[in-house]
Design a protein around this ligand. Structure first.
Ligand SMILES: [Zn+2]
Length: 301
């Protein structure tokens, strides 16, 4: 591995001139998750060359860097990633890039307000994008680092950030209005893994994930049994699969509930750790949020 990275580094030195010409002098920015790619796109627009490593349906907990990713990271001037050990398998790659400007967007958030977790080495739940107010703070944070890197464009980034935060404020109001359709006692969200704790905290849902905070640990038979009893006790009407997690665990949970004579439906697919396909409405953070909330409320009411 060390040797191949060294060879890659030497090759990149030779390719450097060509690369600069190809990128028209713009800064090379690399992002990890689709949510971060979407946010940086909104703030930077076409002022940088932006490359997102992960696509739709990709699970960041399990994602490993390909050779192509390593090339992109070596060519990057700025790298934005989530941090809090969300990208568990990329940490090693980032550690080899100490000379690079790597920025964890989660550093924008006051740690005292984060939800704790024994699972992650960071001791915090990394799924911060499900709190819209946090995402607004991250937008300001991204604007700061882009402006620091390209000071002559700082007015453009500030203006883009302002427009985007207005859109996020509108989103938040729409989400509250939709959730108001659901009585308090029906606000119980059961999903494949624990991605929705910040959503639950922000919008007053009780949230239970079958696989816990990371998909790196499989749900056991006991987890399925315990959760099926909880669903029956609370008369939960629907449970949800996630686009970046295999459906089988949630289907096993549904089967366990139904085998005990209670009926629970699969209420739909939620976008948890990855947005939908590029070019679709769910391929944006705002579109994903509205889609999730509509799916959740319509299935539970
Ligand atoms: Zn997750």
């Amino acid at each position: 591995m060390q040797k191949s990275i060294f060879i890659l580094f030497i090759s990149l030195l030779f390719l450097n001139c060509k690369n600069e010409k190809e990128t028209n002098g713009k800064l090379n920015v690399v992002t990890t998750t689709t949510m971060i790619t979407d946010l940086v796109t909104n703030i930077a627009q076409d002022e940088v060359n932006l490359q997102g490593l992960m696509g739709s349906g990709v699970d960041p907990h399990l994602y490993k860097a390909s050779e192509g990713d390593v090339t992109k990271l070596y060519n990057a001037d700025l790298i934005f990633y989530n941090g809090l050990h969300l990208e568990g398998k990329l940490v090693e790659v980032f550690e080899k890039m100490k000379n690079k400007k790597t920025i964890a967007i989660s550093a924008a958030i006051d740690k005292n307000t984060l939800i704790g977790s024994d699972y992650f080495a960071s001791n915090y739940d990394p799924h911060i994008w499900f709190d819209i107010d946090y995402w607004k703070e991250v937008a300001v944070f991204v604007e700061y680092y882009l402006s620091e890197a390209i000071p002559e464009k700082s007015a453009v980034f500030a203006s883009n950030r302002k427009v985007y935060i207005e859109k996020l404020n509108k989103l938040k109001k729409e989400v509250y209005d939709k959730i108001d359709e659901l009585p308090q006692e029906q606000r119980i969200l059961v999903t494949a893994h624990d991605a929705f704790n910040y959503f639950g905290k922000a919008f007053d849902f009780e949230v239970v994930g079958l696989q816990g905070l990371s998909t790196a640990t499989e749900a056991g038979v006991q987890d399925v049994q315990n959760l099926s009893n909880f669903i029956i006790e609370k008369q939960v009407k629907a449970i949800f699969v996630e686009s970046s997690v295999p459906k089988r665990t949630v289907e096993a949970l549904q089967a366990a509930v139904n085998s005990k004579g209670h009926h629970v439906t699969i209420g739909g697919l939620l976008y948890s750790d990855a947005l939908g396909d590029k070019g679709t409405i769910e391929g944006t953070y705002i579109g994903m949020f509205k889609y999730n909330v509509n799916t959740i409320v319509n299935a539970l009411k």
